[in-house]
Design a protein around this ligand. Sequence first.
Ligand code: 4NP
Length: 158
Amino acid sequence: MRILFVCLGNICRSPLAHGVFEHVADEMGLKVVVDSAGTGGWHVGNPPDPRSVHVAADHGIDVTGQRARRFVVEDFSRFDLILGMDESNVATIGAMAADETAATVGLFMRHVLGRTDNVPDPYYGGDDGFEACYRMIRAGAEALGTRLASGIDKPPRS
Ligand code: 4NP
């Protein structure tokens, strides 16, 4: 199963989701390929925002090895599940999709927990916004792990 987390800059939310889900999947013994990308290109090649690095480290997760990249159309065939952190990310990805894409594209919290909330963009706020993001992402990552372990999310047959 190949899972891609997408946000705007690929330096705050999706790198956290990438690191947290890898950690959760490892703890659950799930075989997954995980990556993250941004719909915007401003930070390509940069490591995650120091505030994401710190909040991840506070919870025992190292995201320092990640580098930002931009979402590309090839990601539709490279990943089975593409999860946007907010509705605007999902809309941007959706507009890039060809008619026939095998990948499932959706809003992270809706797909995994049936919740309609966006993971709010913490970039212009304070450290507490990053902790709030971490908590949402952690809950979503655990729910995603449970879905994969129980076979709810499956790679497409092809
Ligand atoms: P992210 O946060 O989408 O969670 O990585 C942002 C990072 C940078 C910018 C916006 C959002 N920016 O405008 O540079």
